[in-house]
Design a protein around this ligand. Structure first.
Ligand code: ACO
Length: 325
């Protein structure tokens, strides 16, 4: 009997257009807004991000990431019996980006749906897929984080537009006799909705409110550091593990200072922290699977390693997944 789920392949994709801090500073200067490579690096650790071309959607980025993950797992799209896409920048209001992705993969019939938990979306999606596999609802899932956050950035707001980027990451999660996903811990607290949101909606053929990202950076920062430590500790406790059992910490790539703060609280040396925020920026739900795939393909993270994945984002939402690769 299958008791567990296990990642059997990872993949990712970044749109080709790489935008450095200097590129962005020049673009903002044209609007009379001042920023600099130095400010962005010092406050966030970000050096560059990738922006998709206007016609490219989240499901387009997801398709590339899924093909790479399927190839790595030795599976084909025909083996897939569940698709979950974590995104806050879906192709359409409906149907889900997962359904659109399913069609682009050339398959039909299996359940496909989106998860909306902003930057925690990937740990939410992985937890849902794990539960469905362990209860017999699926055997071979594609779990994806895909975003075109550049679409919801306000390029007149230097406090937010320098932080985010576009991209997609995916894993193939399969039924397994050996673990796999060891434990997870998910949370949300809607009382913090105002500190990080896109406060708009579609109504009567018009956008009501603001369809651009708004963030109170300092409030997010303080909350993120606290909840990330709590989620990691709760997940370790559920799995009967301790800090020292973690081989690699792969947190949501929002800000190097938040990530290093979390590693220190978990008493992990900084060389156990996977960092891609420097080259990717914050890609929201895509950031964890992008970082995971970069670490696997870069030869750092190896089969059998114990990984702590951690997400935090709008909602407020947060959570962690501990797994053996
Ligand atoms: N370039 C130059 N100056 C800037 C910029 C910029 N891009 N942005 C802000 N400043 C200025 C401000 O106007 C302010 O100037 P002032 O002192 O003259 O008023 C000064 O820099 C300091 O601004 P702060 O907001 O205090 O800067 P802080 O050190 O807090 O850094 C930051 C801002 C980077 C946003 C930080 O608060 C942060 O990282 N917060 C967490 C954000 C985050 O991680 N969000 C995502 C998590 S959830 C998710 O992923 C959706």
């Amino acid at each position: 009997m299958t008791l567990y789920s296990r990642i059997t392949g990872t993949g990712s994709y970044l749109p080709p257009r790489r935008v450095t801090n200097d590129d962005l500073a020049r673009q903002l200067a044209d609007r009379g807004i001042e920023t600099s490579d130095q400010w962005i690096i010092e406050r966030t650790g970000i050096r560059a991000r990738h922006f998709a071309e206007p016609e490219v959607t989240s499901s387009d980025l997801a398709l590339h990431a899924c093909r790479h993950a399927l190839e790595a797992s030795g599976r084909s799209a025909q083996d897939v019996d569940l698709i979950i896409v974590a995104t806050s920048t879906p192709d359409m209001v409906f149907p889900s980006s997962a359904a659109i992705l399913q069609h682009k993969l050339g398959i039909a019939g299996c359940p496909a749906f989106d998860v909306q938990a902003v930057c925690s979306g990937f740990v939410y999606a992985l937890t849902v897929a794990d539960a469905m596999i362990r209860t017999g609802g699926a055997k071979c899932a594609l779990v994806v984080g895909a975003e075109v956050f550049s679409r919801i950035l306000d390029f007149n707001d230097r406090t937010t537009c320098v932080l985010f980027g576009d991209g997609a990451g995916a894993v193939v999660l399969e039924a397994s006799d050996t673990p796999g996903i060891l434990a997870s811990d998910l949370h949300a607290d809607g009382s913090h909705v105002g500190i990080l949101c896109v406060p708009g909606n579609v109504s009567g053929g018009q956008v009501l409110g603001t369809p651009l990202l708004r963030m109170d950076g300092q409030a997010v920062f303080k909350l993120a550091v606290r909840v990330l430590e709590d989620a990691a500790r709760a997940t370790l406790a559920k799995a009967g593990k301790v800090d020292a059992d973690i081989d690699w910490l792969i947190p949501h790539q929002a800000n190097i200072r938040i990530m290093q703060g979390t590693a220190k609280k978990l008493k992990l040396p900084l060389d156990k922290l996977i960092v891609t925020v420097d080259e990717h920026g914050n890609t929201s739900a895509a950031s964890i699977p992008l970082a995971l795939d970069a670490a696997v393909r870069g030869g750092k993270v190896k089969k059998g390693d114990t990984l702590m994945l951690e997400g935090v984002g709008g909602g407020f939402t947060w959570g962690a997944v501990l797994l053996n690769l």
